[in-house]
Design a protein around this ligand. Structure first.
Ligand code: INI
Length: 154
């Protein structure tokens, strides 16, 4: 019989850092609400969640790295909304943000969760920020809870 390791969806006693972008705040606020709602409904405590605001998605990795390195958190949740415009700026922000989050997680050993909407239009982004396609912040919080518990077991 194999030994199976799976993270439970129980947030009690866990500490989370949330790094959230002020760019597209109208939607990132919805992602933050979704993330907090999931943490609380899974037994977490809002006093155990630290929220760090940064100007834009591009600034998320440096802040996430600093708090992930502090050893204060069981998982970090990164929240941003990046919307394609008429220039290559979108690609640069997405590439830097995506690579940065993955690298920080591997370097620190702390789960750093990608709660980032990358959308071709404002409509697509709104759909993923608490309307018809769910809430990316809520999904990210669920992943953070599962990974935080899994990392304690393996
Ligand atoms: N930042 C975002 O989080 N989302 C975007 O859609 C976005 N666009 O499209 O420009 C964006 N740009 C700002 C960027 O993240 C930095 O804050 C800025 O370049 C300063 O470094």
């Amino acid at each position: 019989m194999a030994n199976i390791f799976e993270g439970k969806l129980i947030a009690s006693g866990l500490k989370f850092g949330v790094v959230v972008s002020r760019f597209n705040e109208f939607m990132t606020n919805r992602l933050l609400e979704g993330a907090m709602d999931v943490i609380i409904r899974h037994g977490g405590n809002s006093d155990d969640v630290d929220v760090v605001w940064v100007p834009g998605g591009m600034e998320i990795p440096v802040a996430a790295k600093k708090i992930a390195s502090s050893n204060k958190y069981d998982a970090i949740i990164c929240l941003a909304v990046v919307i394609r415009g008429g220039t290559p700026h979108f690609e640069h922000v997405c590439n830097s943000l995506t690579r940065g989050i993955g690298t920080i997680s591997l370097e620190t050993g702390v789960p750093v969760i990608y709660g980032v909407i990358t959308a071709d239009s404002i409509d697509q982004a709104i759909e993923r920020a608490g309307t018809k396609a769910g809430n990316k912040g809520a999904d990210a919080a669920s992943t953070a809870i599962e990974m935080a518990n899994l990392m304690k077991q393996i």
